[in-house]
Design a protein around this ligand. Structure first.
Ligand SMILES: NC(=O)C1=CN([C@@H]2O[C@H](COP(=O)(O)OP(=O)(O)OC[C@H]3O[C@@H](n4cnc5c(N)ncnc54)[C@H](OP(=O)(O)O)[C@@H]3O)[C@@H](O)[C@H]2O)C=CC1
Ligand SMILES: O=C(O)CCC(=O)C(=O)O
Length: 447
């Protein structure tokens, strides 16, 4: 088996050797899915995984825009259309200086498996730009989004490819992007998700990734007769996913000790209660401030500059910021301090060393493609509502989200349970996600 995995990875590396994040994501899938493929006659000789690692289409384009001082800037825009076997491409747009083809290909590849797990008919894609919205005025962000959409609009559509938000792309950016698409194409369609409520958005979409992560973690805890009640929870990030993960943890009776951003983390020993969380939401979403300001406002909190929160003792850890933000040493510290469960709100936040450490310690570990799938699942529900031209209530959407997260948990158990009863959720998510896409690709022939 090792030989087969190595031969496969050699081929992937030969073609994508300069793309470390993409190779990391593929390696994890290869290690868990190739043994499964070998055990199933129907996949023999079909090279399905090799086909799945090659994007169906990789679009890269110039985005030129003018800042408030009249200076012209050039950024690079991308859309990776990874796999459309089970539905239109679907996945977010990331605006961050670290964006490049490797980062977006890893995200698009993970998205294929994640979207398959949701049980909804969505293929996988991802896009974005190396544009940094931080420090830009609203007008500058608008001009950039409009310029970005003048090219992207040729490649997307409600039945072709439906982007949404990700890091650096929230409600403000989706509004500007949607406005330009509507103007150029002269049509009002569900071409983006995460829209405002008065123009086609879905209730619960803003909350969905964070809530879904906590619902998934709760399902894992239930397998051990545990719950969030009274648990100490460490969360990284302070953006969309982190904020609503924190909100749901509080609703389920947990205590949130930390939040972070790229400058460091805050530790509030008294816990971040609903009032303090409302302050964070206003700070981050409206004032576009830094998490360090929390420690100026609340005297019992401390800001740790340039550090991640994983050395803070906790029962449950929810990494909700970015890829590779939790390494092997961090995992060792969490395990030593008694952490019983880790659920990823971000995409690929744990390094391979960290994941091995969690598995070796037999603690509950949920990979992002399973635990953060609530966001894209609710985007799928937004697409359904747009198609039907109706709006479901908050309760209806939340119930569907809960049901989807429970189904994803069941799928992980079905494919990930090991002989000693431990569930390897990485293996479970990868195989369950693979099967649906692979079967569709088999049915559609070699294309
Ligand atoms: N939004 C969604 O629906 C979904 C998001 N995800 C994933 O969740 C994660 C967070 O996304 P989201 O909350 O939407 O994004 P936001 O832009 O709202 O927030 C991102 C947060 O992560 C922090 N961050 C970003 N880069 C780094 C870094 N290099 N080191 C430390 N902190 C960093 C940001 O800090 P700062 O402000 O300093 O940059 C910010 O606090 C990403 O991995 C994303 O792919 C997954 C599924 C769906
Ligand atoms: O809602 C969507 O389409 C995007 C979600 C996303 O980008 C993700 O799941 O990583």
């Amino acid at each position: 088996m090792e030989d087969k995995i190595k031969a496969f990875m050699d081929e992937v590396i030969a073609r994508n050797g300069h793309e470390p994040e993409f190779i990391q994501a593929v390696q994890e899938v290869a290690e868990t899915v190739i043994p499964y493929i070998v055990s199933q006659d129907i996949y023999h000789g079909k090279n399905i995984l090799l086909r799945m690692v090659e994007p169906e289409r990789l679009i890269s384009f110039r985005v030129a825009w003018v800042d408030d001082d009249g200076e012209i800037h050039v950024n690079r825009g991308y859309r990776i259309q990874m796999n459309s076997a089970i539905g239109p491409y679907k996945g977010g747009l990331r605006f961050h200086p670290t964006v490049n083809a490797s980062v977006l290909k890893f995200l698009a590849f993970e998205q294929v498996f994640k979207n398959s797990l949701t049980t909804l008919p969505m293929g996988g894609g991802k896009g974005g730009s190396d544009f940094d919205p931080k420090g830009k005025s609203d007008d500058e962000v608008m001009r950039f989004c409009h310029a970005f959409m003048t090219e992207l609009c040729r490649h997307i559509g409600p039945n072709t490819d439906v982007p949404a938000g990700d890091i650096g792309v929230g409600a403000r950016e989706i509004g500007f992007l949607f406005g330009m698409y509507k103007k150029i194409r002269n049509e009002f369609t569900g071409v983006l998700t995460g829209k405002g409520l008065s123009w086609g958005g879905s209730l619960i979409r803003p909350e969905a990734t964070g809530y879904g992560t906590v619902y998934f973690a709760d399902s894992m805890l239930k397998t051990k007769n545990e719950s969030f009640e009274g648990k100490n929870v460490v969360i990284s990030g302070s953006g969309n996913v982190a904020q609503y993960a924190a909100e749901k943890v509080l609703q389920l009776g947990g205590k949130v000790l930390t939040l972070s951003d790229s400058a460091g983390y805050i530790h509030d020993k008294d816990g971040i209660d609903p009032e303090k969380l409302a302050y964070v939401m206003d700070l981050k979403n409206n004032k576009r401030g830094r998490i360090s300001e929390y420690a100026n406002k609340y005297q019992n909190a401390t800001f740790y500059k340039g550090e991640t929160p994983w050395k803070v003792a906790c029962d449950i850890a929810l990494p909700c910021a970015t890829q590779n933000e939790l390494n092997g040493d961090d995992a060792a510290a969490l395990i030593k301090n008694g952490c019983i469960a880790v659920a990823e709100g971000a995409n690929m936040p744990s390094t391979p060393e960290a994941i091995h450490a969690f598995h070796d310690a037999r603690i509950l570990f949920a990979p992002g493609k399973a635990s953060n799938a609530g966001g894209v699942a609710t985007s799928g529900l937004e697409m359904s509502q747009n198609s039907l031209r109706i709006s479901w209530t908050r309760e209806e959407v939340d119930e569907r989200l809960k049901g989807i997260m429970a189904d994803i948990h069941d799928s992980c158990i079905a494919y990930g349970k090991e002989d000693d009863g431990y569930c390897n959720y990485v293996k479970g998510a990868n195989i369950a996600g693979f099967v649906k896409v692979a079967d569709a690709m088999l049915a559609q022939g070699v294309i």
